[in-house]
Design a protein around this ligand. Structure first.
Ligand code: SAM
Length: 251
């Protein structure tokens, strides 16, 4: 079933929906849906699926009518933020795509000391727009009921502060094992996560975290955890933890 995300302002009380712009292009010109066919719509801020049928197709818009609405039950029962140390560009796109498929609610690129990529304000803005498109496409493909947010790049201080209120804050630290952390400790933390809590996972860039960055995260309440005896690539780390959360939390 084709799926799109719309602004609540597009929802009409009479149960009709006018498809235009990028959504018209996607549904009518890319997916080539025809009159009488259906697609799902999620309006921002709601996890209710609205199924619309196409009634009239014009050259630039299409008139659709609501057929039914139902509460979607596809989201994990936690709000999950991935703080991703800014890696090389294409790797971040992989992290965003896989994090969305695995149920993340928000992805925040973090400019770490060892991040190779440096983005000026204009580039950061245009890259974030591209990253948001990747999140939207992954959310449509994986039938998410919400459109996960991709934030503008943050500093380590800003990012850890953003998540200060989360009940569970984990920093995947490649040296945690050498400093006494164990997989048992990681397992206990993951198994202790309860539905309804906010979770934050912080992953470093290819070059890893500096001790100062780990100290900043710890002062914001992050717990250093090991992800095992091997060193994972930065783009593997977040999806590893997210997979564990799916196993633990999916109903
Ligand atoms: N440059 C580091 C080194 O050689 O030790 C490796 C960094 S690793 C490629 C990138 C990030 O993935 C790390 O900063 C960490 O967040 C995460 N990571 C990878 N393997 C991990 C492990 N075994 N335990 C905890 N975190 C890990």
């Amino acid at each position: 079933m084709a799926q799109i995300f719309c602004d609540p302002g597009e929802k009409r009380e009479d149960g009709t929906l006018l498809l235009s712009g990028e959504n018209f292009h996607h549904i009518i010109q890319v997916l080539r849906l025809r009159r009488g066919e259906e697609f799902s719509v999620y309006f921002a801020g709601s996890t209710t699926e609205h199924r619309y049928g196409i009634e009239r197709i014009g050259s630039e818009d299409a008139e659709c009518r609501l057929r039914f609405s139902k509460e979607a039950d596809v989201e994990l029962p936690c709000y999950i933020t991935v703080l991703q140390g800014l890696p090389k560009a294409d790797k971040l796109e992989t992290v965003i795509q896989k994090s969305v498929e695995l149920g993340a609610s928000r992805i925040v690129p973090v400019v770490c000391s060892r991040s190779i990529v440096r983005l000026d304000e204009r580039k950061a803005d245009s890259r974030t727009k591209r990253w948001s498109k990747i999140a939207e496409s992954a959310a449509e493909q994986s039938r998410r009921a919400i459109l996960p947010e991709v934030c503008l790049p943050h500093s380590v201080e800003e990012a850890t502060e953003l998540c200060r209120g989360a009940e569970v804050k984990l920093i995947a630290y490649e040296l945690a094992g050498e400093q006494g952390a164990s997989m048992d400790g990681t397992r206990q933390l993951i198994r202790g996560i309860r539905p309804g809590t906010e979770v934050c996972i912080f992953v470093g860039p290819e070059g890893g975290f500096t001790e100062d960055e780990v100290a900043v995260a710890k002062s914001a309440g992050f717990l250093p955890v090991t992800l095992g005896r091997r060193i994972l690539r930065t783009e593997t780390a977040a999806m590893t933890v997210l997979s564990w959360l799916v196993l633990e939390l999916e109903r």
